[in-house]
Design a protein around this ligand. Structure first.
Ligand code: SER
Length: 588
């Protein structure tokens, strides 16, 4: 069964069970600078898991584009991926454990045809925060899982939470027995030997965790996630996702092009290329921080491995073409953004080829210095500097050192790297929390200001103005829109004045739910049409602005503060960018 068939079967199965199919949210969360990438299907749904009403109802299903970077350095082995697709179904305060387990069992055995004896399941063992999940285990027994295929584990294995705080709960996980020999008498699903592969995770999300511990959520939710690449691999009896149709065309081309043979390098190239393409298609661009840096590392690592296999870098374009052809049915956005994807990757290649030379010069200088001091080892600090400043993965430096009869202090490098990672981990966790669980007053006001700005631009400049992107922090908003030329000073002033007038009118902000068609008919402006589901929320601000949007927004404009445009500049060809702030203290 091909990946796309599994995806379609999944969505249709849950549709048959009264779930609404909602579109995948973008890989890069919109209007949410607080998270790097979407890492799970539940992530865009957090407000609804916490109790907000979802316009598409309380039974949802989707495929979600996800990117996880924790294992980026493991890519190249037989299982780790950065980009992956997660199939999911949700009950937002509707069905709970029994119905969820029954549906999962039916899908696995009937729709996918997996024999019952290949399945094992795990349930939460219970502790002081939450009782043993006998309901889940009993239900598994009832549907036909033999008792000796049901395991109980503690929080480490059977509890799910994104980060440190947020909605969470015990989960039940389904495992597929690959038929490999057990690694020993105690071989169980929790074991990492490869006999058992986790295929699906149903989280019974009825708790909320914060600094003070666990409390019950307003509603009992179900959140499930099934990794598409893994399921595809297992159903096709393949050893790795790289042997499935998702990667095969690129893998084969690489084999044809390479002058040096390395399966690991081919996997890294194929994996990083697909992830980079998905990120760029959703608007990501390489940079030195946050998401941009993730993209940069992916592209650079890919390039280094192409060099390693002695593949001409001009072939990147061919590889992109192959991926677009191969994946466009699943991800039409790849075809739509093909030119962008090529330009961005090729530009980054050109940049890296330059840093590569600088980095090598720096390396030679440091190596000479070490040699002059009679050392045979390059300091970890130098390795880290090459990594941090020139984007050199440590193994490149190691290879360079070896060519010169030297070694590197890997331990010191790892320590420095860990410190650095720890800092960014704490950063990301805080970001994850900040963006989802508690949207704060400031970001909400900026969000409403974006709507006012959007409409003001259309009023002053004309209806050709369309939002093409936005980004909000607690300090400012950034708004990209289509407009062919630089705005004049007068235009900027008029837009600013208009927004301030509307703020001062203390207009009420109303939210209505309707079908996408009704919303369009009512004259609501909306962006990126294909991201909306059938039911949408429309926010009106007085009779000034009407826009399709997920919210949240202020209830009245009066207290937002004074709106001030700080900058108007070019963003890309035909797209202008405004940065603006809200000044709270200067009450007017
Ligand atoms: N949130 C859970 C996971 O990511 C189930 O969707 O595995």
């Amino acid at each position: 069964m091909k990946a796309i068939e599994i995806r379609n079967k999944y969505l249709n199965f849950f549709k048959k069970h009264n779930h609404t199919i909602i579109p995948s949210a973008p890989l890069i969360p919109e209007n949410d600078p607080s998270v790097l990438f979407t890492t799970a299907g539940m992530q865009p749904l957090v407000p609804y898991l916490l109790g907000e009403k979802h316009p598409a109802g309380n039974r949802l299903t989707d495929y979600q584009k996800c990117l996880r970077t924790v294992d980026i350095d493991e890519v190249g082995d037989n299982r780790h991926l950065t980009y992956f697709e997660m199939l999911g179904n949700w009950s937002l305060g509707d069905y709970f454990k029994e119905e969820s387990i029954k549906m999962s069992f039916e899908f696995l055995t009937k729709e996918l045809g997996i024999p019952v004896e290949k399945l094992s399941v795990t349930c939460f063992a219970g502790d002081e925060d939450c009782p043993r999940d006998t309901v889940a285990a009993d239900t598994w027994k009832k549907v036909g899982i033999p008792e000796d295929h049901i395991y109980y584990y503690g929080k480490k294995d059977n509890w799910w939470i994104a980060g440190e705080e947020g909605p969470c709960g015990p989960d039940t996980e389904m495992f597929y027995d690959t038929g490999k020999q057990p690694c020993g008498p105690n071989c169980e699903p929790s074991c990492d030997c490869g006999k058992y592969v986790e295929i699906w995770n149903n989280v019974f999300m009825e708790y909320f965790k914060d600094k003070n511990g666990y409390t019950k959520l307003k509603q009992r939710n179900v959140d499930t996630g099934l990794g598409l690449e893994r399921m595809t691999m297992l159903l096709q009896g393949k050893e790795t996702p790289f042997d499935t149709e998702l990667f095969l065309p690129v893998m084969q081309k690489l084999q044809e092009l390479q002058k040096i043979d390395s399966i690991k390098s081919r996997r890294i190239i194929a994996e990083h290329l697909r992830s980079s393409m998905m990120i760029i298609a959703d608007g990501g661009r390489p940079s030195n921080i946050d998401r941009g840096y993730v993209l940069r590392r992916l592209i650079r690592r890919m390039i280094r491995h192409m060099n390693k296999l002695q593949i001409d870098l001009s072939e990147i374009s061919t590889l992109i073409d192959i991926n677009v052809e191969n994946l466009k049915e699943m991800y039409p956005e790849l075809e739509k953004n093909k030119n962008d994807i090529k330009n961005v990757i090729l530009e980054e290649k050109d940049k890296f080829v330059k840093t590569l030379a600088h980095g090598e010069r720096e390396f030679n200088k440091e190596m000479q210095k070490a040699k002059n001091e009679g050392k045979e080892q390059i300091d970890g600090k130098v390795v880290f500097k090459l990594y941090d400043t020139y984007g050199f993965p440590p193994e490149v430096t190691q290879e360079l050192a070896e060519e010169n009869g030297m070694t590197i202090d890997m331990k010191e490098f790892k320590d420095l790297y860990k410190q650095h990672q720890e800092k960014s981990r704490i950063g990301s966790e805080q970001k994850f929390k900040g963006g989802l669980a508690d949207q704060n007053e400031k970001t909400i006001a900026y969000h409403t200001a974006t709507h006012l700005l959007h409409q003001a631009l259309r009023t002053i400049l004309g209806d050709h103005v369309k939002q093409s992107g936005s980004n909000i922090t607690e300090e400012r908003l950034r708004f990209d829109f289509t407009h062919p030329q630089k705005m004049t000073k007068e235009e900027i002033q008029k837009v600013e004045d208009l927004v301030n007038e509307e703020i001062q009118k203390d207009l009420p902000v109303k939210c209505e739910e309707m079908s996408y068609e009704e919303a369009k008919k009512s004259g609501a402006i909306g962006l990126f049409t294909d991201k909306y589901g059938d039911r949408v929320k429309v926010y009106t601000i007085g009779d000034f602005s009407k826009e399709i949007c997920g919210g949240p927004h202020v209830t009245h404009t009066g207290n937002m503060g004074r709106f001030k445009i700080k900058k108007e500049e070019s963003s890309s060809s035909g797209v202008r960018r405004i940065k603006a702030i809200l000044i709270k203290d200067e009450q007017k």
